[in-house]
Design a protein around this ligand. Structure first.
Ligand code: WTA
Length: 660
C-alpha cells in the first residue's frame, strides 16, 4: 500500500495498516431491551438535524422555550436561541419533585472506606445550602468560581450550586501544582476558590489547602477561599487567613436560606470553563454554555450507556476533567441516575479496589480509561477474579485509543464476555461523546469507536480538504456544529479560530488522525502531531502500539519516530512488560517480528526500550512528544505537569546509556 502524495512529494494521508477482523454484535437479550433499537435514528438525524436536536431538547425543563435551534455564523454557534433554563434545576429540583426524591443520586465511597449516600432530596438540600453560602460570600451571576478539590460529594454539590446562581465554575484537577492552579485562576479571573483541608490518596493526605495558599498568594482576583473539612483532625493543621478564608461547615451552619431560587438563565449563559491539559503553551480555557451542553450530555448519556432507572452507574474519571463534568455530573444527574463516586486510588488498600466497589454497590455500568485497563492487565487477572462482577451489564472506555488486546481483556476479565463495550471518542472541546457505538444496534470491533453519534457529521480529510477513500487515514473533522461544542477559548477567540477552524474553514479540526473502514466504522490512529513518517509512509502511533500490546509479555507501549538518516524517521518503541515477564534480547527480537507480522516490515521498530512506566499527563495520556525529545537528544521542556516527572529522567538515562 503506498501513500498518496501531494505536489511536494509529501504524503497527504496516513497509511492504515492494522487489520482487526473480530466482531461483537449486541447480545440478543441486550438488543431487545435497549433504549435505542431502531437504526433509522441515524438517517433521521442526518436528514433533519434541527428537528433531531429540538426533540432532544424536550428532555429538559425550560422556563422559556427556544425560538431557534441553531444560529451558525462559523465558527460561532448559538444553540436553542432565546430559551431560558437552569442546569441545577434540571439536575436536582425536577427529580426532587417526583418519586426520585428518595432515589440515590450520589453513592460516595472515600478511600479510607467511609461512605455517604445522597438521595435526590439530600442533593437538593445540600445544593441550596451551598448556593446560599456562595451568595453570602458575595458571588453573583457571571462571577467565576474555581474548585481545587478531592473527589468528594461537595464537589458536584458546589458545581450545581454555581450553576444555580449562574456563576461559571472552573475545576482544576486536585493533582495539579500550585503554579498550574495559579495560572488557571488568573486566566479565568476567579473570585472564589473552593478547596478542602485535604483528600485521601494511597493512604496519605494530599495537602490541598497548602497548595491553594501558595497559588492564591499570586492571584489577585481571589476574594475568599472556601474550605471543606474532608479529613478533619488527621489533616496537618491548616492555616486560615483571617478575612479571606472561610470554613464551609461554619458558613453553612450560619447561612439563613434553605432555598435559593434558580436563576432563569439564557441558553448560551456560560456554565463552565475547562482547561485542556497539555505540557506546552498556555492552557486553553474551553468555554461551555448551558442549554446545548446539557442537551448533548443528557441525550448521549442515556443512549450510549443505555441508562435504565435502576442502573448503578460508575464513571471512574476525576471531576477535574471533562469526562467527570459531562458523565459524572451533568449528563447522569440531568437523567436522574444513581452515580457512584470514589475518592481514591485503584490500588488502595489492594489492587482489587475497583472490583470490590463494583461488588459492594452492584455497579451495572462501568466507564473507565484504556490506560487504567492496561494497568489492570499489568497487575494480573487474579484481582478482578477475586470479586463478584456479575452485576455489570455494560462497559465503556474513553481518553485514548484502546488497543484491541486491552479491549479483549476488558471484555473477558471484567465483562465476562457478557457486556457490550462502548469505546467513546470525544474531547474537552466537544463536550459530549461524538463517535461511539449505540450498544443495542451497533456491532463492535475491538479498537474502533465505530460510528458518529446521530446528528454528528464526522469526516476524514486529506491535506487538500478532500474526503479520503475508505481505509486511508487522514484528519478527523466534524462538518456541522453540535450542541455541546466549546463556544470559544476563554479570553482568546483568535486562538480558538486558529487552532480549530482555519485549516478547513467552517469545519472543526479535531487534531486526531483516523480512518474509516468499508462498514463506515472509524478507527482512531492517535494525535496527528504524533504521526510517524517512515520512508515516505505516514503511520499513526496506535497501530504499531496495538501490535506490540497484542504480545502476551506487553502491557503498554508507546512508539515515536526518531530522526533517521536513511528512512527519515525510524520507529522507536518504549514498552512496559506485564507482571512476570523480564525483558531480554529474545523478547526484543520477538516483538520486532510481531510488528512485522501484524503490520508489515516498514513498521519494524529499529529500537525497543523496556521501561517500568511511560511518561503520562496527569489525565493519564501517554506523552510521546517527551519520548521524541529524549530520542533526538533535545533538552526536556517543562515536565512538572506530568503524572510522575521522575519517569522521564529514568528513561533518558537508560536511553543515553545504551546509545553511548
Ligand atoms: C483522545 C477526553 C481514541 C483523542 C474526553 C482526543 C481518544 C483526546 C478516545 C481528547 C477514544 C479520547 N479513542 N482516542 N475513544 N477518547 N481520545 O480533551 O486524542 O482529555 O483528541 O477529552 O483524547 O482528550 P480530552
Amino acid at each position: 500500500m503506498s501513500a498518496s502524495s501531494g505536489s511536494a512529494g509529501t504524503p497527504t494521508t496516513i497509511d492504515a495498516l492494522l487489520q482487526e477482523t473480530r466482531r461483537f454484535p449486541p447480545p440478543p437479550q441486550f438488543a431487545a431491551n435497549a433504549n435505542v433499537r431502531d437504526p433509522s435514528v441515524y438517517q433521521r438525524a442526518h436528514d433533519d438535524p434541527d428537528g433531531f436536536w429540538s426533540e432532544a431538547a424536550s428532555r429538559l425543563d425550560w422556563y422559556k422555550r427556544w425560538d431557534r435551534v441553531l444560529e451558525w455564523d462559523a465558527p460561532w454557534a448559538k444553540w436553542f436561541v432565546g430559551g431560558q433554563l437552569n442546569a441545577s434545576y434540571n439536575c436536582v429540583d425536577r427529580h426532587n419533585a417526583t418519586w426520585r426524591r428518595n432515589k440515590a443520586a450520589i453513592i460516595f465511597e472515600g478511600e479510607p472506606g467511609d461512605t455517604r449516600v445522597l438521595t435526590y432530596h439530600d442533593l437538593y438540600r445540600e445544593v441550596n445550602k451551598f448556593a446560599s453560602v456562595l451568595l453570602d460570600l458575595g458571588v453573583r451571576k457571571g462571577d467565576v468560581v474555581a474548585f481545587y478539590m478531592p473527589m468528594i460529594p461537595e464537589l458536584p454539590i458546589g458545581l450545581l450550586a454555581c450553576a444555580r446562581i449562574g456563576a461559571p465554575h472552573t475545576v482544576i484537577f486536585g493533582g495539579f501544582s500550585a503554579e498550574a492552579l495559579r495560572d488557571r485562576i488568573n486566566d479565568s479571573k476567579a473570585k472564589l476558590c473552593v478547596t478542602a483541608d485535604g483528600g485521601w490518596r494511597r493512604g496519605n493526605v494530599v495537602p490541598l489547602k497548602d497548595t491553594t495558599d501558595s497559588a492564591v498568594a499570586d492571584a489577585s482576583t481571589i476574594e475568599h477561599v472556601l474550605v471543606i473539612q474532608r479529613v478533619g483532625p488527621q489533616a496537618k493543621e491548616v492555616s486560615m487567613r483571617e478575612g479571606r478564608d472561610v470554613w464551609y461547615h461554619e458558613a453553612a451552619a450560619a447561612t439563613s436560606r434553605s432555598f435559593v431560587e434558580p436563576e432563569h438563565l439564557d441558553s448560551e449563559h456560560p456554565l463552565y470553563i475547562m482547561y485542556t491539559s497539555g505540557t506546552t503553551g498556555k492552557p486553553k480555557g474551553q468555554q461551555h454554555t448551558t442549554a446545548g451542553y446539557l442537551v448533548g450530555t443528557s441525550l448521549s448519556h442515556d443512549w450510549i450507556f443505555d441508562l435504565k432507572e435502576d442502573d448503578v452507574y460508575w464513571c471512574t474519571a476525576d471531576i477535574g476533567w471533562v469526562t467527570g463534568h459531562s458523565y459524572i455530573v451533568y449528563g447522569p444527574l440531568a437523567n436522574g441516575s444513581s452515580v457512584v463516586m470514589y475518592e481514591g486510588s485503584p490500588d488502595y488498600p489492594d489492587k482489587d479496589r475497583f472490583w470490590a466497589l463494583i461488588e459492594k454497590y452492584g455497579v451495572t455500568i462501568l466507564y473507565t480509561a484504556p490506560t487504567s485497563i492496561r494497568t489492570f492487565m499489568r497487575w494480573g487477572d487474579e484481582y478482578p477474579a477475586r470479586r463478584d462482577l456479575s452485576s455489570l451489564r455494560l462497559l465503556g472506555t474513553v481518553g485514548e485509543p484502546i488497543n484491541p488486546e486491552a479491549w479483549i481483556w476488558y471484555h473477558e476479565h471484567i465483562g465476562h464476555g457478557r457486556c457490550p463495550i462502548v469505546d467513546t471518542w470525544w474531547q474537552t472541546e466537544t463536550g459530549m461523546i461524538m463517535i461511539t457505538p449505540l450498544p443495542g444496534i451497533v456491532a463492535t470491533k475491538p479498537g474502533s469507536a465505530t460510528r458518529p453519534f446521530p446528528g454528528i457529521e464526522a469526516d476524514i480529510l486529506d491535506e487538500a480538504g478532500e474526503s479520503v477513500p475508505n481505509n486511508r487515514g487522514g484528519n478527523l473533522v466534524i462538518r456541522r456544529p453540535w450542541p455541546a461544542m466549546s463556544r470559544t477559548i476563554f479570553g482568546d477567540p483568535d486562538r480558538y479560530i486558529a487552532t480549530y477552524w482555519s485549516k478547513y474553514p467552517g469545519i472543526y479540526l479535531t487534531g486526531d488522525g483516523a480512518r474509516r473502514d468499508d462498514d463506515g466504522y472509524y478507527w482512531l490512529l492517535g494525535r496527528v502531531d504524533d504521526v510517524l513518517n517512515v520512508s515516505g509512509h505516514r503511520i499513526g502511533t496506535m497501530e504499531i502500539e496495538s501490535a506490540l500490546v497484542s504480545h502476551p509479555a506487553v502491557a503498554e507501549a508507546a512508539v515515536i519516530g526518531a530522526s533517521d538518516p536513511i528512512t527519515g524517521q525510524a520507529v522507536v518503541a518504549f514498552v512496559t512488560p506485564r507482571g512476570g515477564f523480564a525483558p531480554n534480547d529474545a523478547l526484543t527480537a520477538e516483538l520486532k517480528e510481531q510488528v512485522v507480522h501484524n503490520i508489515g516490515a516498514l513498521a519494524r521498530p529499529k529500537k525497543i526500550y523496556f521501561t517500568t512506566e511511560l511518561p503520562k499527563t496527569r489525565s493519564a495520556k501517554i506523552m510521546r512528544r517527551l519520548l521524541r525529545d529524549i530520542a533526538e537528544g533535545r533538552v526536556l521542556g517543562d515536565t512538572t505537569t506530568l503524572l510522575d516527572p521522575t519517569i522521564v529522567s529514568q528513561i533518558k538515562e537508560q536511553y543515553e546509556s545504551t546509545e553511548g
